[in-house]
Design a protein around this ligand. Sequence first.
Ligand SMILES: [Zn+2]
Length: 569
Amino acid sequence: MKQHHNRRHFIGSLAGGAAVAIAPQSTRPTTTSGPEPDLVVVNANVHTVDSRNSRAEAFAVKGDRFVAVGSTSDMRALAGKNTQMYDAKQMAIVPGFIDCHNHAPGTTLLYEVLVGNPYEVEFVTISSIVEKLRARAKETPPGTWVDGYFFDDTKVKDKRELDASDLDEVSLDHPVVVRHRGGHTSYYNHKALEMAGITKNTPNPPGGTYDRNKAGDLTGRVTDLARSAIDRVGIRRTFTPEQREQRDRDGLAFISKQFVRYGLTSVHHEGGNLRALQDVRARGELLHRVSFEISGNVLESMITSGIATGFGDEWIRFGATSEHTVDGSFSERTMALSKPYPGVQPAYQGNITTTQTDLNTWVERVHRAGIQINCHANGDVAIDMMLAAVERAQKLFPRADARPKITHCTLVNDDLIRRMKALNAVPALFTSYAYYNTDKFVFYGEDLMKRSMAFRSLLDAGIHATAGSDFSPGPFATLMGIQGMVTRTGWDGKTWGANQRVSVDEALQINTLNGAYASFEENIKGSITAGKLADFVVLSDDLHNVDKERIKDIIIVRTVVGGNTVYQV
Ligand SMILES: [Zn+2]
């Protein structure tokens, strides 16, 4: 019975493989001479994420594509004398992971002082932060900024707020700032506050605060728009254009290594240096595939020159726009809610950062240009505004299969889900938050968390929900994300919105095939299917068999992109 089952898969796969030969020139893999595969993987526990044959033991790769998927014996039979054999020893293999929202700050990771752990839950001490910054201050001329990155206020061992006096210990001669990984709050030393002329009597500007303690003194914590007055003063390290290019290149090459270390084979980048990206690729150091999402001048030049979504190739392709911001943040509690934030006085409903009219204009223009819309919309109010703008644009200029992308799409309700389905919207929800950021869910409460990061509700409605880590704010480790989607339990053992749990298989599909769908690439990647790009990950343990609380600890044994091993332990 098993034999017959596998045989059928094998034949089906070969039929799929034949399609490769007639693929257009641009997508045809480069193959070695002869009919035999370059690589045959056997004795594996393959989860293909292909609904036609979800399990397999083995597969064959030729050039950069899978050419057959099936049983170990059938795949062995395909091997020739030049075929490389890989015995997976019953380890699990899944398609390469896809992150649909990532700010990819490679230069920060490579060159800046990291006062928190970008990748994992790790508690740090305030003294460790001070020490790291002090070392940087020693090599920095007085008056020039000393910056710390990846701070998380809920991951501090001292169990108190970092404050200006702590940062005075770094230096009294340098302005010092520690930036929260969420991107909306910063902590300054007194020197920085003084240089900006901020005193305890300075009123808060619109859209921000200079936080004060009970005695009325400045704490050093400054939020949102209030930061700009401080960030304007002092001397910044400067770089020549050549140095900047070099930093961008090296930063991208560095983060590419980190992505594949965590099993990511495709990442949607929020902007970045396109030229540096191409240089890194040319020097053979781009290890993951990029869906390039842009705004500003590059988006303008796409529109004016007629470049639509999909332009590019399997390594670097123009995807949706980058996130067009409609409201505030989830982790820093400024997203736009239809009802006031629980327990906040005076009543506060978050920030809307555009008008419906401006949003309509932007959406219509981008939509007409054949470019995939992508809006940052967290709260239900913002999601409603975005959907209204897309509904309007579709009415005026109907376009089939536009797949408007909703970045974050955090808080939903039945009506929003129905409208998303009607538009075939692709939401990219926070993934690692359900494990990493449960210490912040208490600000929303269980009632809202039942409708937040609502993977269950979206999948049940037939929506292609995808994974968007939002790195830097969220770690991009896909296995951490999957654990959170499956358990809805955080590092602190607390469970929120258990009604939104999904199965391991669903979580896998969200992080692979659905991600490919979000960039219109479901026919070339996202599953282990003959004819698709050979992007896959070898795992030390099967996600289905380990304790659900240990999924994040599974070791990425090997990451393969286009048939090439780009990472191994
Ligand atoms: Zn973002």
